[in-house]
Design a protein around this ligand. Structure first.
Ligand code: SF4
Length: 519
């Protein structure tokens, strides 16, 4: 049953002193430190401290001053855009918004992305905040929306635009303001958690305050498991089949597709953190008294262990767990006995599910040497990391692009699975490669379906080696380095000119150094 949520008066306007002008003109190319200093000076210290605790960095590897993957804010934007009756508005530099909007539509958003533009003056005077507030008021139509999400990108965050002063709701439409700066949230995966966690918090507080809307579909009579993480659509159904004999049901998948699913997600018996980086979301589930289980039912060992952990968290008897295990494990063993992956593989990505894919590859027979994930080590992927290390796989959390590339060079795999720049480098080195996000994440991984589908795609890609060899033989060294591009005639070298330029550059460098020391 729905309840009426009281309208709160708008909070006082921020004074112009709350806005720090120094962030204007900064961006992800300006360096993390400059942006962080501006944000701290603008009063965003608490938000940055929370992000630093939730999304810890690796002492050696980063994240990095220069972006090594897509803009992190895309993660939050995507979560908002995939929800029904939810408007998502960006506040940031036009170039950032252009890139984020482009990427959203590339991934099939089929929905408008809202944008509140600014200029130096509106940023400095605090007018940007007023514009955001006006735009939120304009949009807050309860006939169309349950919630409006407003996302501060780098510059408004570094300038201290105080989204926390927006009304919590307008006409019954919930207003969720979040800061998602590239200098505070390391990956787009973790940015999904920023919004999912903020929504769960809001929904938990609503549920604690009184009755809330019932989910669209009736709650299963069996104890339910909430699944945490965006996964291939067949996977929740596969997991549901797996746990049905244990007397359990799959409930909601978070991030959800509708506001009221958030209540259903909280109303579970345990949470399966299939993707291990949802730290803020897990905090909300734990605050609601829900047990959280890490890892996932991948391969024989993964399915065996995960079922035991889920059973223990929900009080299922050991006999029931064993009985349920036997049928599925036998089916997975059956698939694995019929076909194998034959080849050496390196694997890297920024989705957060890299360790699960790594486990499955090993069980499918692959000679896996390296797994790099841009996401951090958490209690929820510790078991997977230990399992892989015990099998001799080098596991690198918060991996940098340089580490991923070094692994490909070191191990000379038959197949490199990775992000776009890794795939590009591998192809250049005549190594077959697969893009993790589009070709590996976008297929089932769990249970029997996972094992079968992964072997096919991997063996198909490894089988392409002959085509790579033919291409390399045909093209040879044509079009490499400074001979790349379209030429009207065969490129000619001018070694004397090149030596002259080199000499001038060195002279210039020495002169600058001498001036610096003299000054
Ligand atoms: S919002 Fe994204 S693209 Fe824009 S400066 Fe920040 S990290 Fe870069």
């Amino acid at each position: 049953m729905a309840r009426t949520i009281p309208i709160q008066p708008a909070a006082a306007e921020p004074s112009s002193a709350a806005i720090t002008p120094s962030a204007d003109g900064l961006g992800c190319a300006s360096g993390k430190d400059a942006m962080q200093q501006a944000a701290l000076a603008a009063g965003k210290g608490d938000v940055l401290a929370q992000y630093a605790a939730d999304y810890p960095l690796h002492p050696d590897t980063g994240p990095h001053d220069q972006p090594q993957s897509m803009c992190p804010a895309f993660g939050s934007l995507r979560v908002g855009l995939r929800m029904r009756r939810t408007a998502t508005i960006l506040s940031g530099s036009a170039c950032c918004v252009y890139g984020l909007t482009f990427t959203s539509h590339f991934y099939g958003a089929r929905r408008s992305v809202g944008y509140v533009p600014f200029n130096s003056e509106s940023l400095v005077t605090g007018k940007l905040f007023e514009d955001i507030r006006d735009s939120v008021h304009d949009q807050a139509d309860p006939a169309q929306y349950d919630a409006i999400v407003i996302i501060n990108l780098c510059v408004p965050t570094a300038s201290g635009v105080p989204l926390q002063l927006l009304p919590k709701e307008i006409n019954g439409v919930r207003i969720i303001g979040i800061d998602v700066p590239g200098f505070g949230v390391p990956t787009h995966a973790e940015a999904k958690d920023v919004l999912a966690g903020a929504m769960l918090r809001y929904a938990r507080e609503e549920a604690q305050a009184g009755p809330v809307a019932a989910p669209r579909q009736a709650r299963p009579s069996a104890p339910t498991i909430t699944l945490l993480g965006e996964m291939f659509p067949a996977d929740p159904a596969g997991i549901a089949q797996m746990i049905a004999p244990m007397g359990l049901a799959v409930g909601t998948v978070v991030p959800t597709r509708e506001w009221r699913e958030l209540y259903a997600a909280l109303d579970c018996d345990a949470v399966a953190a299939i993707h291990p980086f949802y730290t803020a979301s897990i905090r909300e589930f734990q605050a609601a008294g829900r047990a959280v289980v890490g890892s996932a039912p991948v391969g024989v060992d993964g399915t065996h262990d995960w079922r035991g952990a889920i059973g223990a968290a929900t009080g299922v008897s050991a006999e029931k767990i064993d009985a349920a295990r036997n049928a599925t494990l036998a089916a997975i063993r059956g698939v694995l006995s019929q076909q194998k992956i034959n080849g050496r593989i390196t694997l890297s990505g920024y989705e957060g599910s890299e360790l699960l894919v790594g486990r499955l590859l090993v069980e499918c027979g692959a000679d896996l040497r390296y797994v790099g994930s841009a996401c951090p080590a958490t209690p929820w992927n510790e078991h997977d990391a230990q399992w892989l290390r015990a099998k001799g796989v080098h596991v690198q959390m918060r991996a940098s692009l340089e580490q991923d590339l070094a692994a490909v060079r070191e191990w000379q795999p038959n197949l490199a699975i990775g992000t776009t720049p890794v795939v590009q480098a591998a192809k250049q080195a005549c190594i077959p490669s697969l893009y993790f996000t589009n070709l590996i994440s976008a297929r089932p991984l769990m249970g029997v379906a996972g094992a079968g589908s992964l072997i096919q795609v991997i063996n198909g890609a490894i089988g392409n080696q002959a085509r790579f060899d033919t291409m390399k033989e045909f093209f040879g060294g044509v079009g490499q380095g400074d001979e790349a591009g379209v030429w009207n005639e065969v490129p000619r070298h001018f070694p004397a000119f090149r030596a002259d330029v080199k000499r001038m550059n060195e002279k210039d460098k020495k002169k600058r150094k001498a001036e610096e020391m003299g000054g």
